[in-house]
Design a protein around this ligand. Structure first.
Ligand code: GLN
Length: 304
């Protein structure tokens, strides 16, 4: 069994010395209050052993990382029908892009850009009795951690400023690819993005994508084909117009969020989460990407 303690300690030491930490997201006002000096990393290995360093126990807004979780739940509920409403091609564009080319016939390029995630949220709203609480329970159950919650302040803050997401939702609706009303779908979308988790909690939730669909308690949530496909989408679309760079530098399927979190995994080996609120120009955590590059380069462990 590998001991990841030395590498996580080294990564935190080196991150603390970095002068250029990137810019904290400010387009969602509530996110701009976060301290840019925070840095945490957690690794959870296949056997359930955790390795933590820095601010790994502190909760932050997971933002777009939630798109993988809503996709997983919608995929379990809707099956292959889901792919009639959202494509699986990388976009090469920013997360909030909404040109008509990105959405030919109202079908978003993939489920991890905002437009695609909004369609996934629509599927959940149609399929769940109480979408917000049912989705939260799903996430809590996977992690076996009932303390995971939404951050209502962040959700409200985004609702007030989420004009581009409203535009995307109305555009999709105009093509007939949204079953429910825009307000309801976006209220659910903003809440799912507002989930608060620590690096430690994130690795527990993403354990299912590393461990063939099974959580730490060995309950199954996804079949092998679904896990393969979701991991493929994370690899090709998880970092928007920087997905190529992330595969090139890090070589793992993963997902970022504008709260500064990144989660990634090596199938059947480990799950890793980093948190550093400062973002690079593409909206991905600057030091998080550097840390993960270091991890896979120094251990030689990546999917390649
Ligand atoms: N909730 C954010 C938005 O819709 C998520 C963006 C992100 O994390 N990339 O803009």
């Amino acid at each position: 069994m590998l001991d990841y303690s030395p590498i996580v300690d080294k990564i935190v030491r080196e991150a603390k010395q970095q002068a250029n930490k990137g810019e904290v997201a400010s387009y969602i006002p509530e996110l701009s209050c976060v301290d840019s000096n925070k840095f945490g990393i957690s690794i959870l290995d296949k056997n359930g052993k955790g390795f933590h360093a820095g601010d790994s126990g502190e909760q932050f807004s997971i933002q777009s990382i939630s798109k993988v979780l809503s996709l997983a739940m919608a995929y379990s509920l809707a099956g292959e029908e889901l792919w009639k409403r959202v494509d699986v091609e990388p976009s090469g564009d920013p997360f909030n892009h909404l040109s008509l080319l990105e959405m030919e016939n109202g079908i978003p390029r993939n489920p991890l850009i905002n437009a695609g995630a909004i369609v996934i949220c629509d599927i959940l709203v149609s399929n769940l009795k109480n979408p917000k609480s049912d989705f939260l329970s799903y996430v809590q159950n996977i992690a076996n951690d009932p303390s995971i919650t939404y951050d209502d302040k962040v959700a409200e803050s985004e609702k007030r400023t989420g004009f581009r997401n409203y535009a995307a939702a109305y555009l999709i609706k105009s093509f007939g690819n949204l079953e429910n009303d825009v307000e309801t779908v976006l209220d659910f979308y903003f809440h799912s993005c507002s989930l608060s988790m620590s690096c430690e909690q994130l690795t527990k939730v993403f354990y299912i994508f590393m461990n063939r669909g099974n959580c730490l308690k060995n309950k199954n949530y996804l079949n092998l084909s679904q896990v393969k496909r979701i991991n493929a989408i994370m690899l090709t679309c998880g970092f928007y117009d920087e997905a190529g760079e992330f595969a090139f530098e890090v070589g793992l399927p993963g997902k970022s969020g504008v709260g500064g979190g990144i989660v990634a995994l090596l199938p059947n080996q480990f799950c890793v989460a980093t948190w550093s609120p400062g973002l690079n120009k593409k909206g991905n955590s600057k030091l998080g990407m550097l840390a993960l590059e270091k991890l896979t380069t120094e251990t030689g462990l990546s999917i390649f």
